[in-house]
Design a binder for this molecule. Structure first.
Ligand code: MOS
Length: 706
């Protein structure tokens, strides 16, 4: 066993590599959760409540059980009792996926039954024929920023932070901005809908699923069903997008219940329409930002308050004010995230949870302050660069936001910009440019990995990582190759299987950073075991790592990725149409492992941002409590026609003290985009848009109160 000097000299990390599973994906050889065949497979179809609140009086399963192919109807009367009082991987118990436990209906779209049949068509027909009798109760989905029930909630960060005398500093400020910003309910809608197949084999539960982390799903299912986690295996080899929606949800739980009763494999897949209720969503937000600055544009007061909406089942907070705790300091600094419980489905993490809507409000307000102060928006931001964490007081591990703005301004041509709004035209189009800052935490969580030196000279890495379309499998191949000192072609990375040991989820932009630490640790230990010329036994030599201690030993610092977003828009004042003409994002995001897929993640995040700025909006009907037009025709996600040429690049962001120097890049790409576009629309038209999306009706009525 040797690694050639030639191989070791070539670094794989930092050079572009196509996805290792790319050929399988484009040829259709890659199988997704809903594609994998099982013998004796039965199909479950979820029946969702049609009332927005109430009780189930009766479910007429009898006639449906007589229908062709139907083998079972599960509901609260015959389903397994679940344990819901446990603390899972993401903290407090979340009973959102604890279906069929009682007769209460907390919102429209709550699962009330599962019909299982021999074919999906039979299951669907029977599910649609199932008569459910409800006792409807009055419901309330109304959500306003000044709702009296709003209360602060700690989610993945504290609900409130407070420093200094806000009112005194505002009163002493030369310039004040005090505005309200709103963002609508948004839905994830990854390309691949959720699907899970559950089966029991030799006393062990196996679930083949589409998720963002098999460790997470094992933990939740084991807790819910009171099983030993060692007797649960979850596989999730290929995932067609997640965006935060692919954790444990009703369909996996229902599939396990049915497989247990029927003692045969059962698959439950969601339809696109069901995803509006069952996949989670991003809550609407109402945010108030108050900024006070001195005559030089330096912040004396920063106040960012956000209210979001949650269900009566679970208090999930969209922590939009959190981004202000990282980006800017002020003499007096206040942030708070509050929620209002309403009769709606539980929201969840979605594409930069907190940072995405929060940066729209904060970075729009900064632009308004720049306008009022008569200071260039980039200059204003650079004057307010903090030298330590504004709330934490901790040093920044790296903070290269200034470099992002400087490089971005140069490449975008910012110096040539006329600061006056409404002066550039191209025929009937009004043109404008805007910018905004981005930041996103660069966290890491404990993970385990195994690396095997095979007898044939190859290496196999096993880690319960998830590649939800990000290119993580390829990134880990490059990381392992460098750690082992071999070419990536000699490394096989296997992921998406809980049998590989516990690992961080593909979430919070923490996956590749966390998994890389574990892969590098195992690879280093393995190299120490290998003696040049030694014979490798047939089963190979395997070394395992666990980064729990390494993560605990990381110095407490502010660790984030940063970015500067630039947008040019054209606005047609006759139709209200906004077109993004070009975008540039320059990021400082640690070591870039695979420039090819990293570019895709950054530009993909920026395309989400265009979608958020101009298109995505779910409108809930107060009468029936559900979204109007629950499909991708009624809910427009930006498509190729909406997305211009987007450029993304990065500046050097080396942290010599970090064990891997890799940061997350999954979410920073969306942060600030909506603000950059809204700021560009202001620059084009002279009108501020403080409510997303900036749809034609809003552009046409801008200036009036509509
Ligand atoms: Mo992400 S919203 O942390 O999957």
């Amino acid at each position: 066993m040797t690694t050639t000097a030639q191989e070791a000299a070539v670094r794989a990390v930092g050079t572009g590599h196509v996805r290792v599973e790319g050929r399988d994906k484009v040829t259709g050889a890659a199988r997704y959760a809903g594609d994998i065949p099982f013998t004796e497979l039965a199909y479950g179809w979820l029946v969702l409540s049609t009332v927005a609140r109430g009780r189930i009086r009766d479910i007429a399963s009898g006639p449906v059980l007589e229908m062709p192919g139907v083998v079972a109807v599960l509901d609260h009367r015959n389903a397994a009792r679940l344990e819901t009082d446990y603390v899972g991987m993401l903290g407090r118990p979340d009973p959102t996926c604890a279906v069929f436990q009682h007769d209460a209906v907390p919102h429209v779209g709550w699962p009330v039954a599962l019909v299982v049949a021999q074919t999906p068509e039979q299951a669907r027909e029977a599910a649609e024929a199932l008569v459910v009798e409800y006792e409807p109760l009055p419901h309330d989905i109304e959500f306003t920023g000044d709702h009296p029930d709003a209360h602060p909630v700690d989610g993945h960060m504290p609900g409130v932070t407070d420093k200094g005398d806000l009112e005194a500093e505002l009163a002493a400020s030369a310039t004040v901005v005090d505005e309200e910003y709103t963002t609508p309910e948004e839905h994830h809608h990854p390309m691949e809908p959720h699907a899970a197949t559950a089966r029991w084999e030799d006393g062990r539960l196996e679930v083949v699923d589409s998720n963002q982390g098999t460790t997470w799903v094992v933990g939740e299912l084991a807790s819910l069903f009171s099983l030993d986690p060692a007797s649960v295996r979850v596989r999730s080899e290929h995932v067609g997008g997640g965006f935060g929606s692919k954790g444990v949800r009703a369909h996996q739980v229902a599939a396990v219940m049915a497989a247990t009763i029927l003692q045969r494999p059962v698959r439950v897949a969601l339809t696109r329409s069901q995803m509006f209720a069952l996949a989670g969503h991003r809550s609407p937000t109402v945010q108030r930002v108050r900024l006070g600055a001195d005559t030089e544009g330096r912040l004396r007061a920063l106040d960012h308050r956000s209210v979001s909406r949650t269900s009566t089942v679970y208090e999930f907070v969209e922590p939009s004010a959190g981004v202000a705790r990282v980006l800017y300091d002020a003499v007096a600094h206040h942030t708070e995230n509050r929620v209002v419980r309403r009769d709606v489905p539980s929201p969840t993490y979605m594409r930069g949870p907190g940072e995405a809507p929060g940066s729209f409000a904060l970075e729009s307000a900064l632009d308004e302050l720049a306008e009022k102060c008569g200071i260039d928006p980039i200059e204003l931001r650079l004057r307010n660069e903090p030298d330590k964490g504004p709330v934490s007081g901790l040093p920044f591990a790296t903070r290269n936001l200034r470099a992002c703005f400087e490089e971005g301004a140069r490449r975008f041509g910012w110096a040539q910009r006329d600061p006056r709004p409404g002066v550039r035209r191209d025929g009937r189009w009004l043109l404008g440019t805007g910018t905004a800052a981005a930041s996103f935490p660069a966290g890491a969580a404990p993970s385990t990995a195994a690396v095997t030196a095979e007898a044939d000279g190859r290496f196999t890495v096993r880690i319960a990582a998830a590649d939800i379309g990000t290119g993580a499998r390829t990134a880990l191949t490059l990381v392992a190759a460098d750690a082992l000192g071999v070419a990536p072609e000699r490394v096989t990375v296997r992921i998406g299987d809980s049998e590989f040991g516990s690992a961080m989820i593909a979430g919070g932009s923490m996956g590749t950073r966390s998994w890389s630490m574990a892969v590098i640790a195992a690879a280093r230990d393995l190299l120490e075991r290998l003696v040049p010329g030694m014979a490798i036994p047939a089963e190979g030599i395997t070394v395992r790592s666990d980064t729990t201690a390494q993560i605990a030993a990381l110095a407490n610092m502010e660790r984030h990725s940063y970015g500067a977003q630039f947008a040019e828009v054209a606005v047609d004042p006759a139709t209200g149409e906004v077109r993004v003409r070009r975008m540039l994002g320059i990021f400082a995001a640690g070591r870039i492992v695979n420039p090819l897929t990293a570019h895709g993640q950054f530009t993909g995040g920026m395309a989400w941002g265009i979608s958020m700025a101009l298109h995505e909006e779910s409108v809930r009907d107060p009468a029936f409590g559900g979204p109007v037009g629950a499909d991708l025709a009624g809910y427009h996600v930006a498509t190729n026609a909406d997305v211009p040429r987007i450029e993304a690049d990065w500046v050097d962001d080396t942290d010599p003290h970090d064990p891997v120097g890799i940061k997350g890049i999954g979410e920073v790409g969306i942060v600030g985009v909506a603000a950059a576009i809204a700021n560009a629309v202001w620059h084009a038209t002279g009108v501020r848009h403080r409510s997303l999306p900036i749809r034609p009706s809003r552009v046409l009525t801008a200036g009036s109160d509509a």
